[in-house]
Design a protein around this ligand. Structure first.
Ligand SMILES: [Zn+2]
Ligand SMILES: [Zn+2]
Length: 397
């Protein structure tokens, strides 16, 4: 039996409507076990652009969600004295369906394989990470002290770079990451990290060919994890989710598995309207009323932003950035043993828009800004080091 831990930081998810135009904004309030500050954020509305205020606990540490926070005030040190309106309409929500919880499944077929030995490198990478955890925790402690002691540039991710042993002459470096959060009570565990890349591997060689539907779904899950770190946006275009003869709960399971993996703010999901309404009715059966959710913008934002173009049969999954990655093939989003063809390729942003986005008559929303820096913990000749790197993620090699 486990008791609720009073020493744990608690998180509450909120939706607050802009007092000017009603646009819902999402954020998370942290409640620490001991000392909690109160304060205010001044936010720029995502829809009308006017500023409004939100009062919350721990305005410095709480995650901003999709809010563009202009200013943060602490009631003790510098209380807010301005005149912008506060959001009065707020809702706390606890919806599993909107909880992002991306996973990297090390037990499924590896996509990061050594081209020489043909062996998977994902499990050896995980073993290295596990063995290095005490060094990583030590560096994390140093970083946290620095962060609390003085200003650091904005970062979204903590990245760990670690060497993966292999019998080939190549050097394989694994890149793991987790969201960066200033939370002195948070522990750093192996499970918190996601695998974003292993260098010296060849995704095109591994992914292009004939594979089962299940293999391709697993591979897509891993690519999404990769794109969450390296790319600005993700496009998922698939006419069908699940087989038509699958039960609603089975379909919902596929939807949820996929949606948990994706970042709502950076994903465009294109599907057929019948597929989308099937999802809505499956949602309804689980007791979630779509219309109430919609008024707070809490219907899954990912699907809501998807256009519903009828006449397409393309299945393409793209990590969009300066260097984009395109995964495509014959498989719909469904598991199964049957064989499908697939391909993986790297392409420029302009080419991706021209060849994949424009023909679908999609207009991509602008990707939210990413942090200018990332934190990197890596092994150097002088031992483990924590450094601040330029860009939202390290260079992809
Ligand atoms: Zn507004
Ligand atoms: Zn190798």
């Amino acid at each position: 039996m486990s008791l609720p831990n009073i020493f744990e930081t608690r998180r509450k998810n909120y939706a607050a409507k802009c007092p000017h135009c009603g646009e819902p904004h999402h954020y998370t309030e942290l409640k620490f076990p001991a000392v909690n500050d109160r304060g205010t954020w001044v936010i720029k509305c995502n829809a009308c652009g006017q500023p409004f205020a939100i009062d919350l606990r721990n305005p410095i540490e709480s995650p901003t969600g999709n809010c563009r926070v202009l200013e943060r005030y602490d009631d003790e040190e510098n209380p807010y004295a301005g005149s912008v309106d506060y959001a009065t309409d707020k809702a706390v929500y606890e919806l599993v369906i909107n909880d992002e919880d991306p996973i990297f499944d090390y037990s499924s077929h590896p996509i990061y394989c050594c081209p020489v030995t043909r062996k998977g490198l994902e499990q050896p990478a995980l073993a290295e990470l596990t063995a290095a955890m005490s060094d990583i925790r030590r560096q994390w402690g140093i970083i946290l002290n620095n962060y609390l002691a003085r200003r650091m540039p904005e970062v979204d991710h903590l990245v760990v770079s670690i060497k993966v042993p292999c019998s080939c002459p190549r050097k394989h470096m694994a890149t793991f990451y987790r969201p960066f959060q200033v939370d002195p009570s948070a522990s750093v565990e192996v499970e918190d990290f996601l695998l974003a890349n292993i260098s010296g591997t060849d995704l095109d060689d591994v992914l292009s060919g004939i594979h089962t539907k299940s293999y391709l779904m697993d591979a897509l899950g891993k690519l999404i994890v990769r794109w969450r770190l390296y790319k600005d946006q993700i496009l998922i275009a698939a006419p069908f989710v699940g087989h038509q003869w699958k039960s609603k709960s089975e379909k919902l399971e596929i939807w949820e598995r996929l949606l948990k993996q994706l970042d709502a703010k950076r994903t465009v999901f294109l599907t057929r309207s019948a597929t989308w309404s099937g999802y809505r009715s499956a949602l309804h059966e689980t007791g979630l009323d779509h219309d109430v959710l919609a008024s707070y913008g809490l219907e899954n934002q990912i699907v809501a932003t998807g256009n519903k173009k009828q006449d397409f049969h393309a299945k393409v999954y793209i990590g969009i950035g300066g260097q984009s990655e395109v995964f495509s093939g014959s498989a719909n989003l469904v598991d199964g043993p049957s064989m499908e063809n697939s391909s993986f390729a790297v392409s420029s942003y302009t080419k991706v828009i021209e060849k994949y986005v424009d023909p679908l008559k999609l207009s991509l929303p602008e990707a939210p800004d990413r942090a200018d820096h990332h934190l990197m913990i890596s092994q150097t000749d002088d031992g483990w080091k924590g450094t601040i790197g330029g860009g939202p993620a390290p260079e992809l090699s």
